[in-house]
Write a protein that binds this ligand. Sequence first.
Ligand SMILES: [Zn+2]
Length: 333
Amino acid sequence: MKPALGMLAAAAVLGLVSCAQVPPASQESISGYVGEAERLAGSDLKALLVLCKPAPAARPSQAAIDKLLAAMIARPAPEPGRAFDNLYFVGSAWVSAWAIKTSQGVILLDALNNEDEAERLIDGGMRKVGLDPSDIKYIVVTHAHGDHYGGVEYLVPRYRSAVVASDVDWQQLEGKLEFNSALWGPVPKFNAARDRRVNDGDKVALGDTSVTIYITPGHTHGTITPTFEVKSGGRTHKVLLWGGTAFNFGKDVPRLQNYIDATERMAKIAREEGIDVLISNHGGYDDTVAKLDAIRKGAPSNPFVIGNDAVVRGLQAMGECAKAQRDRYILEK
Ligand SMILES: [Zn+2]
């Protein structure tokens, strides 16, 4: 005899059944996943719950993309700032870029929307916080969307930085893009003498620092979620930057399943590795600006250090939102 649907859904919510027994999609399953995401997010990770809002079944139109981008790019940029001894925020109000300072130069995570932002916010921001942009040895592009690579063509000719993207997302950049906009800088062109195509488990090492590359497919098929160590107050912490968050690819159930699998895998890795910092490449998901402000005002402890349990809960909450969206798509005929 099959247990009642409600019981299964409740069991899934309680984590009593594994992925082997996924309850069929229903309004009940959707509200169960959303409820579980809310429980996991608690009061500290509420910013992630925007992901639980229903996503559109179709990709936005070009006009809608351009309108959104123009509004986002027009937002006044926050001050750059130091999140850890060796990690600096040099991003815009909407999209983040992070500079990891090593003993042999800088690893930059993402390059913002376009050359103007790269000049003002990355180049200018690094100088403001005491870094030299000519030290950028690597630019890791977390995924093949222009808000993360658009500034590459400003930086690379000046600083000869190597561009790092996943093999899968390089293929995307070399082929048909999922999104494009005239507001984004040019698509990077792979230079075999300089750039790197990375795969899951690869490392980007520079001086005393090593960034581990995890491929977390979903937002794009080759999204990079990097992990690395940072220091603050004499202590070492471990950071995970979730490399692609929103469901903006339209109705695609297998892709959402990949996303769910990636959150589950990374939650397990985060638990095993004791990762205690979860950041994003969009400041709306991790409250970067407020946390930097708190540090400037002399916060007694580093607000970016949320603890291992919270990192795991954050990844699981995103996974539950993805399950809810998967089931919404399944129910949409
Ligand atoms: Zn994206």
